[in-house]
Design a binder for this molecule. Structure first.
Ligand code: DX5
Ligand code: ZN
Length: 220
């Protein structure tokens, strides 16, 4: 399994204290920054555009993990590729079919950016299994996408186990990320099931950032 990476979700950042929180984040052991893009249609919430990503890139060297929860990922992925995303993860539910999903992964990769595919809680991962070599990451949602601070859905770990089995059996390079309701306790369960990338929003930004990240890293 790959080295465990923590991706703090800046959806939960305290925007009244942005520079202070970013400084703390940069000094922590987090290697990624998880950037949630919501369009008010695919999910009932609205967040950040590309200029915000460009701004964050000016004050952080973290790997920019962009999760687009939008109805038109073909168009929006391009915008965030241009804005400097390191990874763009779109939703399987937002593309027409698996062929369109693979085509978009290829397009993102051709632009020199890593490609991820996410599934909502009600979507199975089975359709992705034959194509894992086409994606750098699979993001398993462990809450309904749209808001931070929801409770972890433990039954999503079955999808993680299935993905891990397939990745190990074929020696794929694909990461398994989980997003929603992650804290020290649920993070441990996710790592045991086979996740190598943990997104956490409210857990990290509602306490000392460095300590929270370290508590997620010390799962073993
Ligand atoms: C939810 C977002 C998450 C969110 C997680 O749709 O995709 O990244 O920030 O927040 P927590 O960790 O608070 O569940
Ligand atoms: Zn997310």
């Amino acid at each position: 399994m790959k080295e465990l990476v923590i991706a703090p979700s800046i959806l939960s950042l305290d925007y009244a204290n942005t520079s202070e929180q970013l400084k703390e984040l940069n000094e922590s052991n987090a290697k990624w920054m998880h950037f949630d893009v919501m369009d008010g249609h695919f999910v009932p919430n609205l967040t950040f555009g590309p200029d915000i990503l460009k701004g964050f890139k000016k004050c952080s060297d973290l790997f920019m993990d962009v999760h687009i929860m939008v109805d038109n990922p073909e168009m929006i992925s391009e915008i965030f590729v241009k804005a400097g995303a390191d990874m763009v993860t779109f939703h399987l539910e937002a593309v027409k079919d698996i062929e369109a999903c693979i085509a978009l992964c290829r397009k993102i990769r051709a632009a020199g950016v890593k490609a991820g595919v996410s599934v909502k809680p009600k979507t199975a991962v089975d359709a992705l299994l034959p194509y894992l070599s086409e994606m750098d990451l699979v993001l398993v949602m462990s809450v309904e996408p749209g808001f931070g601070g929801q409770s972890f859905m433990e039954d999503m770990l079955d999808k993680v186990r299935k993905l891990r089995k397939e990745i190990e059996a074929n020696n794929y390079d694909t990461r398994i990320e989980i997003d929603g309701g992650i804290n020290a306790e649920t993070g441990k369960l996710a790592v045991e099931a086979g996740c190598d990338t943990l997104v956490a929003g409210s857990y990290i930004f509602k306490q000392n950032i460095k300590e929270a990240v370290d508590s997620l890293l010390c799962q073993k």
